[in-house]
Design a protein around this ligand. Structure first.
Ligand code: UD1
Length: 418
């Protein structure tokens, strides 16, 4: 089986890495050559900065991509179109049996759309499309990711779901049940695989949050801190929206040191919107925050690699974020999280986990933070988030392989309009 898997942006890397790992394990354990999976890793280059891409390849032991498309940034249309143009050539050249796309970024949609319309030959042969993290819905079409999710799901032959709400959503949208597989969360596979290694990160020491280095030097004394990330256009592209959030968090930032690993687009927005006075920067280069010096301020640091960031999340007193994946990761780490959004496509993190929706108005955010700082109840790890999702995906793909070996594609019947 020739399997092509696509990554493009930061949140894709930790979702794809364990699938490649499971494929490698499957290939090692299987004596039968005909049952081996031949993986091809494609990186679209949607994210290209060393801190947004290379660092994750190193931390997650991802192999070098077999193909790098180098698309870079652009408007949604330009970026999606550029991925499509470049990916079509690769797909026609490689002709994989299966295309795996993960998550909800523009690269996910672009590659699924190319594969859905491709013909390898005059018989109309094409790859089976598998979507990992299918069925999540915020029901907010103003989010670019929601558009990407809906379209990708409806173009895919196999939908791999992370939580039960996704099964319901796919059923409501008329996706046939036999295409949907509840396998768990590959992002959590990465978390479980790397949390031990993340313990040895010296990021807390580098940022002046702890005098000790890592797991080997106990007991580790850590100054309580809040971890903040914001990058959604709806939160950081308008001065009014961004200020509302800064006002909403000012109470907690007055009490706790706040570390803000800042996305490049957010850094640009801080400058463009003239909001620099709300932040201090860590020493460029050394990235050291002098202990105590910047307490009660929001400290901007560069985007962190996977292991350092995992360590920062694990030891945070509170996480405040508009990220999708961090809602899931904090739930698994048992760290209280306030999501600065009006909705979430990951409701299991609210019902079982440690996440609450803080909304986007100052009062709501402040109240959610107060509530989370007093939080007592424990998190419940969602069903199937056991670090074994990627293994299940490989098993399902092997079971489905007769479909493409015999040219017996899943019927592409139209489903209910959404
Ligand atoms: C993308 C995803 C979003 C995900 C986020 C994680 C889409 C629609 N959005 O948003 O779902 O949560 O990644 O980070 O796919 N930039 C750099 N260096 C880089 C990458 C980006 O400077 O390596 C800057 C550029 O100014 C670029 C901007 O960030 O224009 C936005 O990048 P883009 O890939 O379009 O979307 P993200 O905001 O990163």
């Amino acid at each position: 089986m020739k399997l092509m898997i696509v990554v493009g942006a930061r949140p894709n890397f930790m979702k794809a890495a364990p699938i490649l790992d499971s494929i490698a394990r499957h290939n090692t354990l299987l004596a039968n050559v005909s049952e081996k999976i031949h993986p091809i890793l494609v990186h679209t280059g949607q994210h290209y900065d060393a801190a947004m891409s290379d660092a994750f390849f190193a931390d997650l032991n991802l192999p070098r991509p077999n193909v790098f498309l180098g698309v870079g940034s652009g408007s949604h249309a330009a970026q999606t179109a550029e991925v499509m143009k470049r990916f079509e050539e690769v797909l026609l050249r490689e002709q994989p049996d299966v295309l795996v796309v993960v998550g909800d970024v523009n690269s996910t949609l672009a590659c699924a759309l190319v594969a859905a319309k491709i013909s390898y030959d005059t018989d109309g042969n094409k790859p089976l499309i598998a979507h990992v993290e299918a069925g999540l819905r915020s029901f907010d079409r103003n989010m670019p990711e929601e558009c990407n999710r809906v379209v990708t799901d409806h173009l895919s032959d196999l939908q791999f779901a992370t939580e039960e709400s996704a099964l319901k959503n796919l059923e409501n949208e008329g996706i046939p049940k036999e295409r949907v597989f509840f396998v768990g969360n590959t992002m959590i596979d990465s978390l479980r695989a790397f949390e031990g290694k993340a313990e040895t990160s010296n990021v807390l020491q580098r940022l002046g949050l702890s005098a000790n280095r890592g797991a080997d030097e106990s007991p580790r004394k850590i100054r309580p801190y809040v971890l903040l990330t914001l990058h959604r256009p709806s939160n950081v592209d308008s001065r009014k929206a961004f200020l509302e959030i800064l006002e909403g968090i000012n109470e907690v930032t007055a009490s706790y040191e706040t570390i803000f690993p800042v996305h490049p687009r957010t850094r640009k927005q801080i400058q463009q919107l003239g909001l620099e006075s709300y932040f201090v920067s860590s020493n460029p280069g050394s990235e050291t925050v002098m202990p105590g010096l910047h307490a009660k301020a929001i400290t901007l640091v560069e985007p962190q690699g996977y292991l350092d960031f995992l360590c920062l999340m694990k030891y945070a007193r509170l996480v405040v974020t508009d990220s999708g994946g961090m809602q899931e990761e904090t739930t698994c780490l048992g760290v209280p999280c306030v999501t600065v959004r009006e909705n979430t496509e990951r409701p299991v993190t609210l019902t079982s986990g440690t996440n609450v929706l803080g909304g986007t108005s100052r009062d709501d955010i402040r109240n959610a933070i107060r509530m989370q700082l007093e939080r007592k109840h424990e998190t419940v790890i969602p069903t199937m988030w056991d670090g074994k999702a990627s293994g299940r995906i490989v098993e399902v793909l092997m079971r489905q392989r007769s479909r493409f070996e015999h040219g017996d594609r899943l019927p592409k019947e139209s489903v209910c309009p959404v």
